[in-house]
Design a protein around this ligand. Structure first.
Ligand code: SF4
Length: 396
């Protein structure tokens, strides 16, 4: 039947989606004028999801998005978890306007050491690719804000706005001699005033490194300094001040304990996750330290099994450095993995300890014969016989 003469013409992007998209898991990208990436989304049914945008009413985000879009692209991804990871990586990389503006409020927070000539230690409620180093997450960033301020004060790290001009003592600056500190913290001796040439760059950076060591659980210097301060205050009978210092000491101690506990939880996220893939072929994700280190289709041939065993050895056998801060990308990935298993607890049954998975993969020198029997045995793997992550708390 030919269209009614009064019917509105079909949106060209809708026709494109109808003609090409399939109902499979994937990630889609919507571009606007100038090829600006406006939005990245994922769905287990790409076609249905994309077509739903064209039914949006004025005032809805989807309506605005379609109105601005000039191009839509998508990639089919074998499994939902893989699509989620890909979506997160694209958002991290491009920060599309609609993803950022319509982001739900997060309930977690991080401590962040900024990447600036005179770095700061600040609370952060989101992770962005700005070269900073992140520590956490904590359930609520508001709870650690005061503790972070305590840390900056005890170690002598600035907490003024990032745009404050800095002049280190070893910096060539003809006006340097006349500069006065820009806030009272210099007078209170809680900041060495890198804004006024009162400390050289190396001296300041050593303080920042000390903060990093503390957040990594490798230094207790801030605790010792506060302990000394408390003892001195008590000795001069200033009990009120001594009590205030004691409270700061307790807060910092708790912060370090929480970070250590969090690291333990993250390290326990170490397994092979067999996600259900589109078309009946599972997808394997190798997860170590809460991050996805490798993903591949369930091996079927001997050659594929050999490659999978080599990848597994490289991922789980490699020696990793001790505790360290996280890049924005790593932090976001840990949160994603933790959130996935928290929202889909039944998926934990599809995880296997790497050692056990490798044993099944390689029997002596022989690689397994994979076929119907093997598939059946893998079906058993999905039972809770050895779910490595089961019972563990995943970071919220
Ligand atoms: S003394 Fe200068 S560097 Fe330190 S916090 Fe104040 S303004 Fe910033």
């Amino acid at each position: 039947m030919s269209p009614s003469p009064t019917a509105a013409p079909e949106h060209p992007l809708r026709a494109f989606v109808r003609g090409h998209a399939e109902n499979r898991p994937g990630v889609y990208r919507m571009y606007g004028p100038g090829d600006e990436l406006l939005y990245v989304g994922k769905s287990i049914r790409i076609r249905t999801r994309l077509l739903s945008y064209f039914r949006a009413e004025p005032g809805e985000k989807a309506f605005e998005l379609v109105r601005e879009s000039t191009r839509i692209q998508w990639d089919h991804i074998p499994d939902e978890f893989g699509a989620l990871v890909r979506e997160m990586r694209l958002i991290q990389q491009h920060r599309p306007r609609y993803n950022v503006q319509h982001k739900r409020k997060r309930s977690y927070g991080f401590v962040k050491i900024t990447r600036e000539p005179a770095p700061r230690v600040v609370p952060a409620s989101t992770v962005i690719e700005d070269g900073a180093t992140y520590y956490g997450p904590f359930p609520r960033v508001g709870q650690v804000s005061r503790t972070i301020r305590d840390l900056a004060h005890v170690l002598g790290i600035r907490d003024c706005p990032g745009a404050t001009p800095m002049y280190f003592a070893d910096q060539l600056d003809i006006f340097g001699a006349d500069r006065a500190p820009l806030c009272i913290r210099a007078e209170l001796a809680s900041c060495p005033a890198p804004c006024a040439g009162a400390i050289d760059a190396a001296g300041y950076m050593e303080r920042v490194r000390e903060a990093a060591r503390f957040l990594e659980g490798r230094s207790r210097l801030p605790l010792h300094l506060l302990q000394e301060e408390m003892t001195t205050a008590a000795a001069r009978l200033d009990f009120e001040y001594a009590a205030a210092v004691r409270d700061r000491l307790e807060r910092l101690r708790r912060l370090q304990q929480e970070l250590t506990a969090f690291r333990g939880e993250v390290e326990s996220l170490r397994f092979v996750y067999r996600a259900e893939g589109h078309g009946g072929r599972d997808r394997l994700h190798l997860i170590r330290g809460g991050r996805i280190r490798a993903s591949f289709d369930d091996p079927r041939s001997t050659r594929e099994w050999r490659a999978a065993a080599r990848t597994s050895e490289a991922v789980f056998g490699a020696v990793e450095p001790g505790p360290a801060g996280l890049s924005a990308h790593e932090a976001a990935e840990i949160l994603l993995v933790a959130r996935w298993f928290r929202l889909n607890p039944e998926e934990i049954r599809r995880t296997t300890a790497p050692e056990r998975w490798r044993t099944e993969a390689v029997v002596g020198d022989e690689l397994p014969v994979r076929g119907a029997a093997a598939s059946a045995s893998r079906g058993k793997l999905a039972t809770p016989s050895a779910p490595v992550a089961q019972g563990r708390s995943v970071p919220a």
